[in-house]
Design a protein around this ligand. Structure first.
Ligand code: ADP
Length: 258
């Protein structure tokens, strides 16, 4: 079980970032990529934050009001979150990390060198969904672990908006369903776990428009960071649906890493 007939092998370590407006389908693409390339794992900062809010951790309590209002959670909180996750998954080694973490977070280092030698093992391939969101976050990340594919997903805002109302998610895994497009097998129930699906609290039109404005404000700096520092890694993928976008992403990943 597990490896379906459609799954492929990566020959090179892939470290992929998905950049796109809220609701563009980054979660859907992560899932499809992981199904096709079982060596890929994924981290979604949005999901990690929602877990922290649900569990009422200190970080969750600090992040909650920012998320509810559609603002970005402050960088120190996000960096702390992502560093803990990267180390707990052994994608960053802890031995050399402490001083580097501190300098990355405080942004006081001028060094452009990377903190840790990234693993060349294709089994340590991963996708980051929702991080980095700003040029500052990208800069911090680049000092820790350089990414080698930045996928910029583009779908017109009005099309995304019309999908929002029909979006249901499985809270603990982050799996997303869209009614009338990729319906769950049973209405309101997650296909894999059988648990209830929920609608996200921040999926209202008003909050979404705020998050979109925030995305437009911060993503140009983020993309410019990568276009300047490592132009060959940036790829724009356009489509009106996830089904139009996936094949283009697969082709890119195949060409670079498989
Ligand atoms: P979407 O992709 O639908 O915008 P996410 O699930 O990625 O939403 O994120 C939900 C919320 O979590 C964001 O609106 C923001 O408040 C917070 N968040 C997630 N990732 C980051 C990040 N890298 N930096 C700051 N805030 C973040």
């Amino acid at each position: 079980m597990g490896v379906s007939s459609g799954s492929r092998k990566l020959k090179e370590a892939a470290r992929i970032i998905l950049v796109g407006a809220p609701g563009v389908g980054k979660g859907t693409q992560s899932e499809r990529l992981m199904r096709r390339y079982p060596q890929l794992a994924s981290i979604s900062t949005g999901d990690l934050l929602r877990d922290n809010v649900r569990d009422k951790t200190l970080l969750g309590l600090q992040a909650e009001s920012f998320m509810k209002s559609g603002s970005l959670v402050p960088d120190p909180l996000i960096l702390d979150l992502i560093l803990r996750e990267l180390t707990s998954r052994n994608w960053l080694s802890t031995s050399r990390l402490n001083t580097n973490i501190i300098s990355a977070i405080s942004q006081r280092t001028r060094s452009t060198s990377c903190a840790v030698e990234p693993s060349q093992d294709p089994d340590s391939s991963f996708i980051l969904d929702g991080f980095p969101r700003t040029a500052t976050q990208a800069d911090s990340l680049s000092r820790l672990l350089p990414m080698n594919l930045v996928l910029h997903l583009v779908t017109p805002a009005e099309i995304i908006l019309s999908r929002m109302a029909t979006r249901w998610v499985h809270a603990s895994s982050g799996r997303v369903y869209n009614i009338g497009f990729n319906d769950p097998k049973v209405v309101g129930i997650d296909d894999i776990t059988g648990e209830k699906l929920v609608q996200r609290e921040d999926d209202t039109e008003e909050t979404w428009r705020k998050r979109l404005a925030k995305f437009e404000e911060t993503s140009s700096g983020l993309l410019n960071f990568y276009k300047e520092k490592q132009p060959a890694t940036v790829v724009v993928v356009r489509g009106n649906s996830s089904d139009e976008i996936s094949p283009q992403i697969f082709e890119e990943v195949e060409r670079r890493f498989a």
